[in-house]
Write a protein that binds this ligand. Sequence first.
Ligand code: HEC
Length: 102
Amino acid sequence: MKRVLLLAAMCLGFSAPVLADLALATSKNCMACHNVERKVLGPAFKDIAAKYKGDAGAADMLANKIRKGGAGVWGPVPMPANTQVSEAEAKKLATWILVTPQ
Ligand code: HEC
């Protein structure tokens, strides 16, 4: 399964560090509710990147939300807290999501 995901990511033309972060997001269960390209239960990562484009504080704000959960920004469905994610991992994931190509 991981292999298939990695292959799919490569086909999309992602570079190696981006792949590493996709693997992190997959291992932290983010991809159960999110997809890079399209909305699943949560918003597409490319839509999140578009929404916060040019917002210098977005990475810290989103890292905090990733760990504590959030609601009311994208629709009626809340994101539960992701307590399995460390502060450093949350910052890495937020930074990665914000550079998703649109
Ligand atoms: C149970 C499903 C679920 C899981 C698991 C999940 N999310 Fe979410 N996520 C959501 C939903 C639903 C929203 C929209 C919440 C809202 O409208 O404020 C969201 C919103 C977000 C946002 C945007 C927040 C904002 O305020 O704009 C980011 C960034 C995000 N998720 C990242 C992650 C990351 C990284 C992980 C893995 C650690 C993760 N999510 C795991 C469902 C999930």
